[in-house]
Each structure stands twice: as C-alpha cells, then as structure tokens.
Design a binder for this molecule. Structure first.
Ligand SMILES: *[C@@H]1O[C@H](CO)[C@@H](O)[C@H](O)[C@H]1NC(C)=O
Ligand SMILES: *[C@@H]1O[C@H](CO)[C@@H](O)[C@H](O)[C@H]1NC(C)=O
Length: 327
C-alpha cells in the first residue's frame, strides 16, 4: 500500500548534495530546516558589477513569485522569503542564492536571471526535499475535501499538498492507493502499482491514474500530503493504561510535548525507520501505528503506517504518540 521503507533515504537524510543535469538545469536535494545554496553565476572573470540579479520561484500553476532582486547595493527580498534569503557573493561573478531554515513550501523550481544588457543569463534550479507522501482523508470520511479544505487538511497534519513529482516519486518506490486525491497543481490522481479491477481496471498498466484538473471549489476528493524530516522528536508515550482521546492530549502535554500529527508519524516512519506495534491516538482523532519491520500481528506483509480508524473519542482503548518540538 505505502512505499517500502528505503535505506537509501537514511543516507540522504543527513547529507545535502547537488547534481548537475545539464548546463542550465541543476537539482539540489535538501532537508527541512537546512540552509541551502542554489548555484548561479557568470563565467569566471566577468564582473557582476552593475548587473541586475533576479531570483524567482516558478509555482506549480506556472506563475512566478519574486524571491530576491539585487542591483549593486540595492537588495530586496519578498513575501515568505523576506529575511530568509541572501546572495552568497563569493566573488564578483557569483549570484548564488542562500535560503535559510528551509520550509516545506520552499520545494520547487527557482529561476536565476542575470541581466546586464550584453550577455543575459538564465539558470533554473530544482530544489527537492527529502520527504514522504501520504494519502489523507478526515474523520468525515472519503471524498469530502475541496481544494481549499485539502490545503487546510495537509497543513493541520504538518504537511503541504503534494506535487505531481512527489507523488510520482512515491509511486516509483511502490506506493499503491486506490482513492483519488488532490495534488497542488489542481489535478486529482492516484498511484497504482498492482493494477486490479476496482482501481481503474486489471488490464491497465501501473502508473498514476488521473482524473485531470477538477473544479477546486465544488469537487470533493481525498488529498495527497507531503511532509519532510522532523525538527523535533516523535515518540510513543509509555503509559500504565490505555487512554481516551482527551487523556491522550493531556498525557503528551504533561510530558512537555504535544499529541503528534499524521505528518509526524509518516516522517518518523519513512525517514527514521520508526517501528512500534502499538495503536496510538494522533491529533486529528485517528488511531495509527508505524511498522517498518513487517512481522506477525504487526502489518505482516508490508512496511506501512497502519490506520486503525477514527474511533469514538471516549474509548479508552489506545496509547498515544507525542511530538516534542525542538527547543
Ligand atoms: C542557517 O543560517 C542561519 C543564519 O545565517 C544561522 O543562524 C543558522 O544557525 C544556520 N542553520 C544551520 C542548520 O546551519
Ligand atoms: C466550479 O463550479 C462552480 C459552481 O458550480 C462554478 O460557479 C465555477 O465557475 C466552476 N469553476 C470552474 C473553474 O469551472
């Protein structure tokens, strides 16, 4: 159902590397919270003096948002990037951008333009975050979210609506999910690795099945959320007895933490290999448990975050997962 836990991700988790694809397109891999550099510059010996440098982010609907503009001593940063980005200026010909404290929303394609009237230069850099995609539907049940609800639902789970590339990446590592969900480009899709009758047909090929672009205000589906590595600590709280939902919330608080969100359990499972065969409450009122070593009675056939359901909040039947943000 969900992608098998991959060891490769552990290796990536603490490192940052840059890979050149061709001259004008570069990929940068990073983690949430990192400070990263997006390379751009003129050939050596050409001075940048008097040049205009403009960094923009290309959004999934192809619009561009301003990140930074620089001309001589004049520098301006914009919106959510204000006070979080600057030019490295390692030498006269350098237009490399530094982004500090990387956030989930920073994922995407950036464009660097150097304009001097002589030899203008444009470079695109793809910034990819190591993370995990997970399907989400709320207590209300399947197919209840319009696009705006979907964005809010992911945000509440410490995540953002996933992009096509992110879902595609998860499908390539084995994700199979038979409910359609929103992606951040406004399309609705679902990933199938084992074609079968109820999921688009047994004779079709594996892949992402798409319903195409849907009406953002009145079409209702589930959503695919994306989250990245945790800045804090996710853990199962050892308790003498089982708890109802309110007791679970209090128990985490008394431990100096908060009840964990769905994004936290997926990030801990996928990126840290967290494994615990105890069903526990999460902040949205769901009960789940993360298994990375499949075994008898604990998700025997696959590594997965197991979903127990949205039980009656008064039931004293479960433990609790907590999350302690970094001080
Ligand atoms: C990132 O840069 C900021 C500001 O330059 C600095 O305060 C912070 O310690 C850096 N963080 C990391 C993880 O290097
Ligand atoms: C979406 O549906 C609403 C209500 O039916 C309609 O008013 C609106 O024009 C539609 N939007 C698009 C982009 O089709």
């Amino acid at each position: 159902m969900i992608a098998l836990f991959s060891l490769a991700l552990v290796v990536f988790a603490s490192s940052l590397h840059v890979e050149a694809q061709d001259e004008s397109r570069i990929k940068v891999y990073a983690n949430r919270g990192d400070n990263i550099t997006l390379p751009c510059g003129l050939e050596r010996l050409s001075s940048m003096f008097g040049n205009r440098i403009k960094w923009t982010k290309i959004e999934d609907d192809s619009t561009e948002t301003d990140v930074l503009v620089s001309m001589g001593f004049y520098k301006k940063t914009y919106g959510n990037f204000q006070d979080r980005v600057y030019l490295l200026e390692a030498d006269d010909s350098d237009a490399t951008l530094v982004i500090t404290d990387l956030d989930l929303k920073d994922y995407g394609t950036y464009k660097c333009e150097i304009i001097n009237g002589m030899q203008d230069k444009v470079v695109e850099v793809d910034l990819e975050l190591q993370g995990v995609v997970f399907p989400y539907s709320p207590r209300l049940g399947r197919y209840n979210l319009n696009f705006q609800d979907a964005e809010a639902a992911c945000l509440e789970q410490d995540s953002v609506v996933a992009s096509f590339e992110q879902l595609y990446g998860e499908w390539k590592t084995g994700m199979d999910w038979c409910n359609a969900g929103w992606l951040n480009d406004g399309t609705v899709q679902y990933p199938i690795t084992k074609p079968r009758e109820p999921c688009g047909g047994a004779r079709t090929s594996a892949g992402l099945r798409t319903y195409g672009r849907q009406n953002k205000s009145n079409s209702r589906y589930d959503v695919f959320c994306f989250t990245a590595s945790l800045k804090g600590r996710f853990y199962y709280l050892i308790q003498p007895k089982k708890l109802n939902f309110d007791e679970a919330v209090d128990a985490c608080k008394r431990d100096g933490a908060e009840i964990a969100k769905v994004g936290h359990i997926y990030a801990a499972w996928k990126l840290l290999g967290y494994d615990r065969c105890d069903a526990g409450w999460l902040a949205d009122g769901s009960v789940r448990y993360p298994i990375s070593r499949p075994r008898k009675n604990c998700s025997p056939t696959e590594a997965a975050v197991r979903f127990v359901g949205f039980p009656d909040k008064k039931q004293k039947l479960y433990g609790v997962y907590c999350y302690k943000p970094q001080p």
